[in-house]
Write a protein that binds this ligand. Structure first.
Ligand code: NAP
Length: 269
């Protein structure tokens, strides 16, 4: 379904660009209802030229021309960006922040005034329309959340969660692609060390990851049940998994996720 609101993007980086591309490709919004602005003028100009979106002359200009603003600068740039647009913000505006480790209270502090706010945590899968985006809002009417759900459906799936879970979301799905990339990297390394070319090893490792992901998504079985299905007694998979178990891989992984969670909490302060 096409959204009617005029949308602005502040920070045309990796993630902001991917979100808008999803909107255009799935025809959730047309380029004529979108304005972009980036501190690096060339970046915004290039995006606007490629997608025929409107180029704002400043953050204030962008906010003045739009109804919903996707805030996609780095967390450390929040206060500077806020200074540049807060004068143009009206109570009817919806600010959708994708800033990692940045609670809604911090956005309100930086921007001040009344406006709807949604906090979103997508992941890099957005670049291929396969992100999972956690969404939360303090807007009791839920209008901002509904709009954000439409916007982020352009780059994958969405899930509504309470804000108290956002550091966990960052550790699990925000950083999550890196854990799967590491697994692919290690599979490739093994292939190369044992005589495969890099291209051959990449095809085997990446396509295996794609197949496992699609199967886990399509199946009614849990990932644990699927793992057991490919682990026959006395077979090769069992031999590999036994080593991971005996070297305490689950505990190591648990520690890694706890470290990500702790870091997320520190950054949220
Ligand atoms: N990448 C991910 O996987 C991911 C996942 C979830 C959430 N996020 C969040 O998404 C946000 C953006 O990440 P990213 O990887 O897309 O970063 P990025 O590629 O660095 O994009 C941010 C862009 O915003 C620009 N910018 C900085 N200050 C600005 C201002 N005042 N007005 C307008 N533009 C400004 C930056 O310019 P300069 O380079 O000159 O500063 C840069 O071009 C971050 O807050 C991050 O926490 C990212």
């Amino acid at each position: 379904m096409k959204i009617k609101e005029k949308i602005g993007l502040i920070g045309v980086g990796n993630m902001g660009g991917a979100i808008l591309e999803g909107l255009f490709k799935k025809k959730i919004a047309g380029p004529s209802q979108v304005w972009v602005y980036d501190k690096i003028g060339d970046k915004a100009a290039q995006f606007s030229q490629q997608w025929k979106a409107n180029l704002a002359s400043s953050n204030q200009d962008l906010v003045g021309k739009t109804e919903a603003v996707i805030l996609a600068v780095k967390p450390q740039d929040l206060f500077d960006a806020a200074e540049e647009f807060k004068a143009a913000l009206k109570s009817s505006h919806c600010v959708i922040s994708i800033l990692a480790g940045t609670p809604m209270s911090k956005i309100r502090k930086a921007v001040s005034g009344t406006f709807k706010i949604v906090r979103a945590m997508p992941n890099l899968g957005a670049k291929v329309g396969e992100s999972v985006t956690a969404l939360t809002s303090d807007d009791t009417k839920g209008e901002g959340l509904a709009l954000a759900e439409q916007i982020f459906s352009g780059c994958g799936k969405t899930v509504r969660l309470e804000e108290k879970h956002f550091d966990l979301v960052t550790a699990v799905s925000g950083s999550g692609p890196a854990y799967f990339f590491l697994m692919m990297e290690l599979l490739m390394k093994e292939g190369i060390q044992n005589g495969l070319s890099e291209a051959e090893a990449k095809t085997l490792a990446v396509q295996t990851a794609v197949g496992a992901g699609l199967l886990a998504q399509a199946s009614i079985s849990s990932p644990e049940e699927l793992r057991k299905m490919v682990t026959s007694k006395g077979g090769t998979t069992e031999a590999a998994l036994k080593i991971l178990e005996s070297k305490n891989f689950p505990e190591i992984f648990h520690e890694a996720l706890q470290a990500a969670l702790k870091r997320g909490r520190e950054l949220s302060q």
